[in-house]
Design a protein around this ligand. Structure first.
Ligand SMILES: *Cc1c(COP(=O)(O)O)cnc(C)c1O
Length: 386
């Protein structure tokens, strides 16, 4: 990355770890045969993919057979939600999610509503958390499918997946978790967590873009109907020739993450504290989210300032207003609006997200730049400060 950029947008995407890059280069040259081919070269590719499934399975503590490769979390979310709800539709058409989910989830629920499913949107509290009793109260006899994200991509809030999943298990409801911001970053033990389906993507934890996976628990009634049709690969759940080099990269990223989650979390916490302590004294500043959330994300609003101008004034710092997926739309974040923030507060929100390569110097610089930018913008528009 160019030297005049300070990248604080790791929740949008991460650089590929050099060890991941090395593995991908090696595999792209050595394991180029189609993994479906039964000749020796095909078997070699098949083994490379098997090894990656073991690495990813190791990170999540599940058997490699429970993992289906996809093109990323968007596709995994689509497959889990459309495929899971449709698979269970003969038993009931009530499905449940939250307004604070990623678009890759909410838009699929909107589509299913058009298809005749009955959707309930449960509310988060002002920090973004879903209380288990509020959740349980939203469930009905015909509820068959639920989707709740692990770590929120805008605020870093961590849901109580264990408690919510236990409620679903009791009632035999299919429980999907969007783990795009959690996998490789917070400890996840799927052998003990009551989760049926979990979506993940490589590029949020130092793997390549364009590759992800869907975990499908090996238990009765836990299955998804396919949304793609073709050559019958991956037990027909998700056909298509597998991208061997991307898969090998994701596997390597998983292995690296598995060895360092505690160290990563300690590093991120230190960075977030330095950043927050550097700006928390600013007049009218407030934190969006939960101080006990994922430490890689710090989302702040400040009175009387508009996020886009602030982002511009922050250069060379690369952070986000709302989330990357919605940054091009000049609307206040729907996630922050769902937490009860005013349009004005949501409009001023900046999401800083730090990562493994981030240094203390970078966040100190960012804090200073943020203080200056707020002061400058307030001077420029004194009339608006009512
Ligand atoms: C990034 C992200 C996605 C989409 O992942 P892609 O791999 O880019 O398709 C879905 N959900 C959440 C929470 C995300 O952060």
């Amino acid at each position: 990355m160019s030297e005049d950029i300070i990248y604080l947008d790791y929740a949008a995407s991460t650089p590929v770890d050099p060890r991941v890059y090395e593995r991908m280069c090696e595999v792209s040259q050595s394991a180029y045969a189609n993994p479906s081919s039964t000749h020796a070269a095909g078997r070699l590719t098949h083994e490379v993919i098997g090894r990656a499934a073991e690495q990813l399975g190791g990170l999540l503590n599940v058997s490699p057979e429970t993992l289906i490769w996809t093109s990323g979390a968007t596709e995994s979310d689509n497959l889990a939600i459309a495929g899971g709800a449709r698979y269970r539709a003969h038993r009931g058409k009530h499905i449940v999610t939250m307004r604070t989910e990623h678009k890759a989830v909410t838009d699929v629920f909107e589509m299913l509503a058009q298809e005749g499913f009955d959707v309930t949107w449960v509310d988060a509290d002002s920090r973004g958390l879903l209380a288990p009793d509020v959740f349980a109260a939203a469930l009905r006899d015909d509820t068959q499918f639920v989707s709740i994200m692990f770590v929120n991509n805008e605020t870093g809030v961590i849901q109580d997946i264990e408690a919510l999943g236990a409620i679903c298990r009791e009632r035999d409801i299919l429980f999907h978790v969007d783990g795009a911001q959690a996998v490789g970053k917070v400890p996840i033990d799927l052998a003990s967590l009551p989760v049926d389906l979990l979506s993940l993507t490589g590029h949020k934890f130092y793997g390549p873009k364009g590759i992800g996976a869907l975990y499908i628990a090996d238990r009765p009634g836990c299955h998804v109907a396919p949304i793609l049709f073709g050559g019958g690969q991956q037990r027909r759940i998700r056909p298509g020739t597998l991208p061997t080099d991307l898969i090998a990269g994701l596997g390597m990223a998983a292995e690296i993450a598995a060895g360092g989650i505690d160290d990563d979390l300690a590093h991120l916490s230190e960075l977030r504290d330095v950043l927050w302590n550097g700006i928390r004294e600013i007049d009218g500043i407030s934190l969006n989210g939960d101080p006990d959330g994922f430490p890689g994300i710090l989302n702040v609003s400040v009175e009387d300032i508009e996020g886009e101008s602030l982002l511009f004034a922050l250069e060379p710092i690369c952070a986000a207003t709302g989330s990357a997926c919605n940054s091009k739309v000049q609307e206040p974040s729907y996630v922050l609006r769902a937490l009860g923030r005013t349009d004005m507060q949501a409009q001023s929100a900046i999401r800083f997200s730090v990562g493994r390569p981030t240094t203390i110097e970078e966040v100190e610089f960012a804090a200073g730049r943020y203080r200056e930018a707020v002061a400058r913008l307030r001077q420029l528009a004194p009339d608006e400060v009512a």
